[in-house]
Design a protein around this ligand. Structure first.
Ligand code: AMP
Length: 397
């Protein structure tokens, strides 16, 4: 069985074709600048190298057509005919309080995705376009929606609800949802296996540290708490997002700078975090760390604040679960950045965490980075959202 996994952003489309007999990736690629001049598709196929296609992709339907063509391309393709694709799994950001489990797409499901445009204004419209483009390109092939909020929907009410008048939840479903759910779910379950923990009672904290960053606490793979909220803005300091902030700051900047709330929220999403705190150096950790090494004070503070915030969340999530068995790092920074992992763990002596620096210097595979005597296991597990989506899709079709 071959499953196509699609992850649509507002101007991008990532795909992977996965052979579920061995869970191997046959081909993967990225369409960029959809709807913007200069669109291109970069396609990589197992054993066949890379092909770049620079052609008009004025919408997601056209982008999907290019993906279909390259998948059957005599030179760079990996299938003879698109009828070899058994199902398509889509990453869908938000289904409000209506759905949390993955579901085969029907007209009702599409309506819910559409009704949630206001909860996921950047992603939900693109996700729906991706679904409709696949319906048009592959009539009769089932599409499955895998919701990014699914994991966080399992949070108990005491973690999910904001301390605001209940009418706002009742009228508008304003609550904490959490995002990166597919990653947290996949990595927490892999950690239970990798660390040999009890499948039902193992207490795991997943630090998903990428350009977007979030952290979750789970027991037996079920979410106890997670750091993102109604939108992905809440929680950790991220590449360009502020994470937790006193909401009064928004009003204050509006008043002082004559900006609208929308403009300030845009600043908190796109110009804050590591980028903002470093004085605009970069949202990429490698650039900010280089400036830090050269003695730049703002870069140094940004990195230290980032680490401090993660350590504070680990402390609060340990309290929420009355303990922790394993702490795991994943995503771009979490998988690659040895000093960041090491410095986060330097806050965790009170938990009996002892890091093996030699193990911590390796990367690219599931890796135990704590010493055998460490009271809490610490590991790195590369996330694989596409495989998790493909598994969900297979289970449903
Ligand atoms: P992601 O969103 O998971 O793709 O993570 C992307 C981010 O990971 C980049 O913006 C970088 O900040 C960070 N990153 C990727 N590779 C490295 C690396 N080798 N060392 C440090 N940070 C990295």
């Amino acid at each position: 069985m071959k499953i196509l996994v699609i992850n649509c952003g507002s101007s991008s489309l990532k795909y992977q074709l996965i052979d579920m007999t061995n869970e191997g990736v046959l081909a993967k690629g990225l369409c960029e600048r959809i709807g913007i001049p200069g669109s291109k598709l970069v396609h990589k196929a197992e054993g066949k190298g890379e092909k770049t296609i620079e052609e008009d992709m004025s919408n997601h339907t056209i982008a999907i057509e290019h993906v279909m063509n390259v998948l059957v391309d005599p030179e760079f393709g990996v299938i003879k005919d698109t009828s070899e694709i058994s199902a398509v799994g889509h990453r869908v950001l938000h289904a409000g309080t209506i759905y949390s489990d993955s579901i085969i797409v029907t007209e009702d499901v599409k309506k819910v995705v559409r009704d949630c445009f206001d909860l996921g204004p950047l992603h939900n419209p693109a996700n729906l376009m991706g679904i409709e483009a696949c319906e048009a390109a592959m009539p009769g092939v089932p599409n499955v929606a895998v919701f990014d909020t699914a994991f966080g929907m399992g949070m108990p009410e005491k973690a999910a609800l904001y301390a605001i008048p209940t009418e706002y939840f009742e009228k508008y479903s304003i609550r904490r949802y959490g995002f990166h759910g597919t990653s947290h779910s996949y990595v927490s379950k892999e950690t239970l296996k990798f660390c040999g923990l009890d499948e039902k009672n193992g207490k795991v904290i997943v630090c998903h540290l990428g350009n977007g960053a979030s952290i979750s606490a789970s027991i037996g793979g079920k979410c106890v708490d997670t750091s993102m909220g109604l939108t992905p803005l809440e929680g950790l300091i991220m590449g360009t997002r502020s994470g937790d902030i006193d909401p009064a700051v928004v009003q204050f900047i509006c008043d002082k700078e004559g900006k609208t709330v929308t403009e300030v929220i845009d600043i908190l999403n796109k110009k804050s975090g590591i980028l903002g705190m470093s004085g605009g150096i970069s949202s990429d950790f490698r650039d900010v760390q280089k400036a830090q090494a050269e003695g730049n004070h703002l870069a140094d503070t940004a990195i230290k604040a980032y680490i401090y915030r993660v350590a504070k969340y680990i402390g609060s999530y340990t309290a929420a679960m009355n303990g922790v068995d394993a702490i795991v790092f994943t995503a771009g920074v979490g998988e690659n950045d040895k000093p960041i992992r090491s410095e986060i763990c330097s806050y965790l002596g009170y938990l009996g965490v002892a890091i093996d620096e030699e193990a911590n210097s390796k990367r690219g595979f599931d890796n135990m980075i704590s010493k055998p005597e460490s009271k809490v296991k610490v590991c790195v597990i590369p996330t694989n959202e596409e495989l998790a989506i493909a598994r969900e899709t297979k289970a449903l079709v």
